[in-house]
Write a protein that binds this ligand. Structure first.
Ligand code: AMP
Length: 236
């Protein structure tokens, strides 16, 4: 599959056209940002880890009946995916209080919820991805009511599969962010990535953070945390 012109460059990935109008290539970078781009840096080897880990997760989810944009890994950093139009919603599932939830509601991190929560934010960097509910999403034509229902049930299914999977790696899945896309024929599929950039992952025994919070909060050992997750996911 030939890599053609660059279509887009985001904070962590570039997207390239291919010969096939329904397929694009994503190329994962080592660049890291936090707080809506206010904090910038680089995490050595992150692009490779996020590419390989996302593909592993997407394949696991496909097997469990969750449709994704994944087609084929092309290299350490490059993957062929279905071309989708991204639904401008960041979908966040939480199993345990942390991050903006803890801050917004004035509670400590680490409270285990009886049931997972779901929230949406409007994918718009200029506005800082504001929190929104399903009615706001419909009003803004970000998605239809039916699409939101599909997205919600897919997101909870992803949580069930991932929670169990990370538990088997002695990792707690605290929370994560998903993005969904619409294919040319209007089907909703899971898109973007699933990686330590987009999930909070704590070691089950030590509760040590094995995710991007190490970068966001200057905790040190950032590269080591990404490598540790990669090692557990890939079994090496
Ligand atoms: P927060 O709302 O900051 O507590 O984040 C909740 C979860 O979503 C965490 O696992 C974050 O890593 C993830 N997350 C939130 N916003 C983003 C974003 N813009 N990009 C990637 N992951 C995000």
């Amino acid at each position: 599959m030939e890599k053609k012109e660059q279509l887009y460059e985001g904070k962590a990935k570039k997207v390239f056209a291919t010969d096939d109008p329904n397929l694009v290539i994503v190329d994962y970078k080592d660049d890291a940002t936090a707080f809506n781009g206010l904090k910038k840096g680089s995490i050595a080897g992150k692009g490779v880890i996020n590419n390989v880990m996302s593909n592993h997760m997407f394949q696991l989810l496909e097997k469990q009946g969750v449709p994704t944009h994944f087609v084929e890994q092309l290299s350490e950093r490059e993957t062929l995916v279905k071309k989708v139009s991204i639904v401008p919603l960041e979908v966040i599932i939480r199993n345990i209080s942390a991050g903006s939830f803890a801050k917004r509601f004035g509670v400590e991190e680490g409270i285990v919820f009886d049931e997972p929560t779901i929230e949406f934010s409007y994918k718009n960097d200029d506005l800082g991805d504001p929190l929104m509910n399903a009615y706001h999403a419909v009003a803004l034509k970000a998605a239809t009511r039916e699409e939101i229902e599909t997205i919600k049930s897919m997101a909870f299914k992803v949580n069930e599969v991932m929670k169990q999977y990370f538990d088997s790696l002695n990792v707690i899945l605290v929370d994560f962010k998903l993005e969904f896309g619409k294919t040319a024929d209007g089907k909703i599929v899971l898109a973007d990535e699933i990686s330590p950039d987009t999930c909070r992952l704590w070691d089950k025994t030590t509760k040590e953070k094995l995710d991007k919070d190490r970068f966001r909060r200057d905790l040190g050992g950032v590269e080591e945390a990404y490598q540790e997750i990669m090692k557990r996911v890939m079994g090496k």
